[in-house]
Design a protein around this ligand. Structure first.
Ligand code: HEC
Ligand code: HEC
Length: 179
């Protein structure tokens, strides 16, 4: 076997090992261990990488993730993003939104143009995240964080959500989580 192949095999193994740390919260089989933790299995690759980079740089603040990303070299962040993006998205079986929440969401989606970036189906692509089927509690928290600028790594999202009411965010979290 060529030396290059051995090198690649060793790297692949170490990424799987590193991914074990993530499983403690993001789930052994793609279902997070706490309902407030985000799903990362099947999330878009470019988005996953950007978040790890932002956690590492401190542009996105979260005590747990800042600590974890701090020591990750770029190659590991790239490899972890690829690794998790290739996993299958897990259905969290969250309840569908009520008719009132769907109505309210449709109005918010039109005014916020969510579909223009996240896609009509909310699956996103590249550096734009999938939001359909994401954890309800996480969706609500992170939208509130954008709105208050506690999450300041994407000023556009803060501006867009800043034009909506808190009740809109609750409806949107119900809508996208249970879609
Ligand atoms: C101790 C629990 C814990 C561990 C271990 C952990 N995470 Fe996280 N992770 C979280 C929490 C909580 C959040 C949500 C942070 C927030 O609300 O901003 C998060 C957020 C993320 C996000 C952003 C998701 C999104 O939709 O924006 C990514 C990507 C991520 N983690 C990747 C990883 C990777 C890769 C590992 C392993 C190297 C890992 N995490 C290990 C708890 C953890
Ligand atoms: C101009 C394009 C654009 C529009 C319009 C837009 N988004 Fe986003 N959204 C993004 C991008 C890009 C990100 C990733 C930001 C980052 O890198 O942290 C994002 C992040 C998010 C996240 C965080 C997901 C996660 O896993 O943490 C949520 C939730 C979200 N958007 C919901 C919405 C909703 C709801 C609307 C409409 C009201 C909307 N977005 C409109 C581009 C957009």
């Amino acid at each position: 076997m060529a030396v290059a192949c051995l090198g690649q095999a060793a790297l692949a193994q170490s990424i799987e090992e590193k991914a074990q740390v993530c499983a403690g919260c993001h789930g052994e089989a793609g279902k997070p261990t706490d309902k407030a933790y985000p799903t990362i299995w099947g999330q878009n690759q470019g988005y996953l990488y950007l978040q790890l980079r932002d956690f590492k740089l401190g542009n996105r603040k979260n005590e747990i993730m800042n600590g974890i990303a701090k020591d990750l070299p770029r190659e590991d962040m790239m490899a972890l993003a690829e690794y998790f993006s290739q996993k299958k998205w897990v259905n969290l079986d969250q309840p569908r939104a009520s008719e009132a929440d769907v109505k309210r969401s449709e109005t918010a989606i039109t005014s916020g143009q969510c579909g223009a970036c996240h896609g009509a189906d909310g699956i996103g692509a590249g550096t734009t995240p999938r939001i359909t089927g994401q954890s309800h509690d996480y969706l609500l928290k992170t939208m509130e964080d954008f709105r208050s600028k506690a999450r300041a790594n994407n000023p556009w999202m803060s501006d867009i959500l800043g034009t909506l009411q808190p009740e809109d965010l609750q409806a949107l979290a119900n809508f996208y989580a249970g879609r």
